[in-house]
Ligand binder design. Structure first.
Ligand code: AMP
Ligand code: ZN
Length: 281
């Protein structure tokens, strides 16, 4: 089948074979459940990793989608509530930093993916990012001329530090629609609710822009992403392993004495303290 072959080819080119244990970051959405399902079918040994962001019903349904999927297939997974690992849920953080909430959420997820995967002994973390995600992110990065982020978009990033696993996005050749069809055919119950904070995320506008282009000129989305990455995202450019130390507080890989997430914690905590609001609600 097309989707399965695409994943198999991507994994082969990444030199990820079934003898490598993989931690799969699962949100409960279609992409991460599909990649987990395919890896299982291809005989990989996997463990799911779900971060419960504490966003009311959305997070409850997300967690349920992961649990139902895993139990039905006899797969193992870990769930880590952000409240326990960071001290605040996303809605608590949102009270203090209203406008930047999606980028803060991304930063926290990346940090805790690294921590939980390495604490559990995994050297590779797989995410469900697909072609639409990668192409729209590339568009956003090019518009903002963020070259250093473009280089990090390569579908396989080797580990630059013992506290950071390698990152693999084996669905990067597949479009939203193709993955959706696979999910339906494979009988995967995916989360239908969308995150209430992400309603008007800029990434959605970049996706819509590419969809518009694609509708008028089929193949442009694929061409845009692949031709650009072929020229500019070469593997050898990717790993800047220099300058990494460890955060004084949490031990995460960091180029500064205190990592971005510990700094964020201090700012949220200060916001609540100044207003004399209780920290543990
Ligand atoms: P997103 O940034 O929401 O588009 O998600 C991209 C990928 O990150 C998903 O395909 C998952 O692999 C992973 N992911 C997103 N949210 C979570 C979460 N709460 N827990 C674990 N993995 C997640
Ligand atoms: Zn830290």
């Amino acid at each position: 089948m097309f989707v399965e072959n695409s994943l198999r080819r991507a994994l082969k080119r990444m030199r990820l074979f079934p003898d490598t244990p993989l931690m799969v970051a699962v949100s409960g959405g279609k992409d991460s459940l599909v990649v987990w399902d395919l890896l299982r079918r291809l005989g990989y040994s996997t463990r799911g990793l779900h971060i419960n962001l504490g966003i009311g019903e959305f997070s409850r349904y997300s967690s349920e989608a992961v649990a139902n999927f895993a139990e039905a297939r006899d797969l193992s997974w870990s769930e880590y509530p952000l409240k326990e690992s960071f001290g605040f849920t996303m809605p608590e953080i949102q009270r203090a930093f209203r406008e930047k909430i999606c980028s803060l959420c991304g930063k926290l997820k990346r940090h805790f993916f690294n921590k939980h995967a390495t604490d559990e002994g995994f050297g590779v973390l797989v995410t469900g990012h697909n072609l639409d995600d990668e192409a729209s992110r590339l568009l956003g990065n090019l518009i903002g001329n963020r070259q250093r982020f473009v280089r990090k978009q390569y579908p396989l990033l080797r580990s630059p530090h013992p506290a950071m696993p390698a990152k693999a996005k084996p669905l990067f050749r597949l479009e939203d629609e193709e993955i959706g069809i696979y999910a339906t055919l494979a009988g995967i119950d995916v989360l239908q609710t969308v995150c209430p904070f992400a309603a008007d995320a800029t990434s959605h506008a970049h996706k819509r822009a590419l969809d518009l282009l694609e509708a008028e000129m089929p193949g442009q989305k694929r061409k845009f992403y692949f031709s650009y990455m072929r020229e500019n995202g070469r593997r050898e450019n990717l790993e800047d392993t220099s300058g990494f130390g460890r955060c004084e507080y949490c031990g995460a890989a960091s180029r500064e004495p205190v990592c971005g997430v510990c700094k964020l914690y201090a700012r949220v905590e200060e916001w609540y303290r100044k207003r004399e609001l209780p920290l543990n609600q």
